[in-house]
Design a protein around this ligand. Structure first.
Ligand code: HEM
Length: 92
């Protein structure tokens, strides 16, 4: 689902890929490129459930990007992280 690009990050797949999801996952449409065919371990219902989950995570990620941390939360994070930094500096 979340990838460093060794395989595609499924939160960012193209609309056309969503449309071909079942072909890719259950019919091996990209098997020659290294994407395994999961027809023996996933029926259509399972594959659709996985697809729904991917759509959910894609939407959550889009929302996260559209609503980044508010300023007060960023301030708190900066204070906490720099506090931890100072503490580590003293200990080490
Ligand atoms: C339930 C698990 C998985 C799902 C739902 C899934 C789904 C997908 C989808 C939808 C694509 C097309 C992405 C695109 O073209 O933008 C893709 C591509 C790919 N997947 Fe998976 N995948 C799964 C597991 C795996 C695993 C286990 C491997 C490796 C062993 C793998 C390897 C790849 C590779 C190499 C591609 C790129 C194929 C290409 O460039 O044409 N995937 N996968």
């Amino acid at each position: 689902m979340v990838s460093n690009d060794a395989v595609p990050d499924l939160r960012f797949i193209h609309l056309a890929v969503h449309a071909s999801f079942i072909d890719i996952v259950r019919r091996g449409a990209l098997a020659t490129n290294g994407m395994p065919c999961f027809n023996k371990v996933m029926d259509v219902q399972n594959a659709e459930a996985v697809h729904d989950y991917i759509l959910d995570e894609a939407n959550k990620e889009m929302e996260r990007r559209q609503n980044p941390d508010s300023d007060w939360w960023k301030d708190i994070k900066v204070k906490v992280y720099s506090g931890i930094g100072k503490l580590l500096h003293k200990v080490m």
